[in-house]
Design a protein around this ligand. Structure first.
Ligand code: SAH
Length: 487
């Protein structure tokens, strides 16, 4: 299957119409250009710093400059402070005219002067009188990201900036700088266009997964060797990635990066659609749910599919609910992929138990009363309660237990616990769809929970939480919770 081309090379069958772009983002090279700035406020100071940082010679006109502007002009030779009110011909020869101007008449006069001298104008907080706006900036120069809401909400722009900052690896600046240098070196090598693209694809994959590591000394030659060895890029890979219990905010940054560089995403039915949507737009998304009681053939099918796709050189993200290493049959997948010689990476996720603890605001351990924490599955190969559970451990009043896949066998589980001497009054809690907006809790004790749960017939994924630490939760009225969730 052909990999989708990046959007910039795919629009040649007619011009796709672009509807209503609020503003055209451009990245101005201000080296050696003059910027005229009118105003002495701290807002003007910030604009002076920005223009200076972008290479401009900045002339600031202000009869009463703030201390910061005075200091800036003192330490930056390219910032010149003119201590008087602005005159129209101050804008002569300026590429940009920026003003922090209160009065409407003065602002209009400033705008007219800018137009007369062919300078683009920005008047701070007066979008109607401005030719351009400053957006929020993520500065990893030479990589620069600018965000505009067309004046709708600077606070929203800041929030979006925060998101982007969070997903960019700390060292991306160094990678972008390296790319800038390597561009020229690569040109002199006269590589075939396909190989050149392959080089940058490999580079990008490394850069986005780099975290805080800078590009290594030998990386350029290493990537070249990789491309020469494998010009079509047949080196596929699989990442087993934890998607967390439901709330998409609980995804790790690494998981997000993996999703955004994947060619194919195979996802379980427990993974929320919002998380699958975070994958690269061009990635192929395949649901490989294995609900029900015949998971083995499905499992073989999933493994075979991963090996086939990796064999085609695809980067595969195998997205699993919670953490991939907890009741996720990861060992089988890892063994099969290793056997097929496919590189594997594992990215942890928040397992359901920890998501539930967070949403309950209940610590699973307590210094004196709950020194042990155990995760147990109550679902054997045949769908029944496993016979070989360590019942003494589960009955231990000094432990907190989290039972995965335990709804269908809850009655049998409670019976066995009581038969092994568990206190019937031990708090027991069922949490359905932990961390999701429709999370539901059913509170009781080992003795009462099975009947309560059966009466409410939960249909989503559920955990059974057992132990003294859940005592306070056992009193929570689930009807109250449901009402609160519905509000
Ligand atoms: N790897 C997953 C567990 C997979 S087994 C993890 O680390 O969470 C599937 C079981 O996990 C479900 O039957 C249920 O018991 C539990 N589970 C997964 N997501 C859940 C959620 N949001 N709320 C409650 N239980 C959940």
């Amino acid at each position: 299957m052909a990999r989708a081309l990046p959007p910039e090379t795919s629009g040649d069958e007619g011009c796709p119409a672009m509807a209503g772009l609020a503003a055209l983002p451009v990245f101005l090279n201000l080296n050696g250009r003059r910027v005229a700035l009118v105003g002495g406020s701290s807002a003007a100071l910030w604009k002076a710093e920005l223009a200076h940082a972008a290479g401009a010679d900045v002339d600031v006109y202000s009869a009463e400059p703030c201390a910061g502007l005075v200091e800036l002009a003192r330490v930056r030779p390219r910032v010149r402070l003119v201590r008087r009110a602005f005159q129209a011909d101050d804008l002569n020869g300026a590429a940009l005219a920026i003003g922090d101007i209160e009065g409407a008449a003065e602002a209009a006069e400033f705008r007219a002067a800018a137009q007369a001298f062919g300078a683009l104008a920005n008047i701070i907080d007066k979008p109607a009188l401005s030719d351009f706006q400053f957006g929020a900036i993520v500065d990893r120069s030479p990589l620069v990201v600018a965000i505009s809401t067309d004046g709708a909400s600077p606070i929203l722009a800041q929030a979006v900036r925060g998101r982007i900052e969070a997903v960019l690896p700390a060292a991306i600046k160094l990678w972008a700088a390296a790319a800038k240098g390597w561009r020229e070196s690569l040109k002199t090598l006269a590589l075939a266009p396909r190989s050149r693209r392959r080089f940058w694809e490999r580079f990008n994959a490394r850069a986005l997964a780099a975290g805080s590591a800078p590009p290594g000394e030998g990386l350029f030659t290493e990537l070249l060797a990789e491309v020469e060895r494998d010009p079509r890029g047949s080196e596929g890979s699989v990442a087993l990635v934890g998607a967390g219990p439901g709330d998409s905010e609980l995804l790790t940054l690494k998981a997000l990066r993996m999703l955004q560089s994947a060619d194919v995403v195979l996802y379980d039915d427990l993974v929320a659609p919002a998380i699958v949507d975070m994958a690269r737009r061009e990635a192929e998304k395949i649901a490989v749910g294995k609900r029900g009681y015949k998971p083995s053939c499905k499992q073989d099918h999933i493994v075979a599919l991963m090996i086939e796709l990796a064999g085609q050189g695809k980067r595969i993200v195998r997205l699993k609910g919670g953490d991939p290493m907890v009741f996720g049959r990861a060992s089988e997948e890892i063994a099969a992929l290793r056997g097929a010689g496919i590189p594997i990476e594992v990215v942890p996720g928040v397992t359901a138990a920890l998501g539930a603890a967070a949403s309950l605001q209940t610590s699973l351990t307590e210094r004196a009363t709950a020194r042990r924490l155990q995760f147990v599955t109550a679902h054997a190969h045949d769908g029944k309660l496993p016979e070989d559970i360590d019942w003494r451990a589960l009955c231990d009043p000094g432990a907190s237990s989290v039972v995965y896949m335990g709804v269908r066998t809850l009655g049998a589980l409670a019976e066995r616990l009581l038969a092994h001497g568990a206190d019937p009054a031990t708090p027991a809690l069922l949490v359905e769809r932990a961390t999701c907006p429709d999370e539901r809790r059913i509170a009781g004790t080992i003795a009462t929970l099975p009947a309560k749960a059966a009466a409410q017939a939960p249909s989503g994924p559920c955990l059974i939480l057992i132990g003294a630490v859940f005592a306070a939760q056992a009193d929570v009225d689930p009807a109250h919770r449901l009402a609160a969730a519905a509000e």
